[in-house]
Design a protein around this ligand. Structure first.
Ligand code: G1P
Length: 285
């Protein structure tokens, strides 16, 4: 299997749909019950073999760095009487490296990924994880992408999206499916009504080669002033090819209030105490 040891987490977005909650903290720190989205994403990365986490941050927000800092004093205090709480403080294994890179200007996902350029070797492939695409199932979504990229090609995760939601996603045109993997014939960022080349939307998991950076540098800002990763992927697709892998588990779009609330309910329903309370209090009202 391709050795992919670095993952980029763009976490510098404004999170405007969650203001005022995101005034002081990034949206990736919003919790699903008791665990922030970014921690789920980091655990997924580590489980897939990632050893270095590269956070592309907004310079005014330091809370993600704080979240992953060890707290030896508090840990020691809890260790005596409340060991289950002490464990909860271990948000990151000591063996995993973290790097924080300020994005400088909020110029979109492509611009965020570009900030990682100097941290990736020329012959290295790396993962990109968007923590607000929350995938709580038992199948690690990054592993099949890494496996598909064993052939050296970039891979993106996709799932079928309702037609009226396609304009919120990068949308691919699959060429020919071989099991859950297809080569990609077209990819368009947020197509307008009727212009989507299929109903397969790109979900926030990518495995990319170093060459993506040279394409990203050629991409102009779009109408909203953003440099789109999708546009660089289209250029990469034309030159080297691009493949897509179908997501196996359910995904929640926690960049939207609806997705965030549903994700919390979904996880709560896996917990027997919370499930009982929800049934009792909300029931079929
Ligand atoms: C970004 C990408 C889009 C992708 C989506 C997945 O959009 O630009 O191609 O489909 O993530 O969540 P955003 O959600 O940042 O608008």
């Amino acid at each position: 299997m391709t050795q992919i040891t670095k993952a980029v987490f763009p976490v510098g977005g404004m999170g405007s749909r969650f203001l005022p909650a995101t005034k002081a903290i990034p949206k990736e720190l919003l919790p699903i019950i008791d665990k922030p989205l970014i921690q789920y994403a980091v655990e997924e990365a580590i489980d897939a073999g990632i050893e270095t986490l590269i956070f592309i941050t907004s310079s005014s927000k330091h809370a993600i760095s704080d979240h992953f800092d060890p707290m030896p004093d508090l840990r020691e205090k809890f260790a005596k009487n409340k060991p289950h709480l002490a464990e909860k403080l271990d948000t990151l294994p000591l063996s995993v490296k973290r790097v924080f890179v300020p994005q400088g200007q909020p110029l979109g996902l492509g611009h965020a990924v570009l900030q990682a350029e100097t941290l990736i070797d020329e012959d290295e492939m790396f993962a990109v994880i968007l923590a607000d695409d929350f995938i709580p199932g038992s199948n690690n979504p990054l592993k099949p992408l890494i496996e598909a990229s064993n052939n050296g090609l970039a891979s993106v995760s996709v799932e079928r999206v309702a037609k009226d939601r396609l304009s919120s996603y990068g949308v691919i045109k699959p060429c020919r499916w071989d099991g859950a993997v297809t080569s990609v014939e077209e990819i368009i960022e947020k197509p307008t009504q009727g212009k989507a080349p299929s109903d397969y939307g790109v979900i926030g998991r990518y495995v990319l080669p170093h060459s993506i950076f040279s394409y990203l540098k050629l991409i102009q800002q779009d109408q909203s002033g953003e440099i789109q990763l999708t546009d660089a992927l289209r250029a990469l697709m034309g030159a080297d090819g691009l493949q897509a892998v179908k997501l196996q588990d359910r995904r929640f779009d926690c960049g939207s209030q609806e997705g965030f609330v549903l994700a919390n309910l979904f996880v709560a329903m896996q917990n027997s105490d919370l499930k009982q309370s929800i049934k009792k209090e909300v029931g079929d009202k």
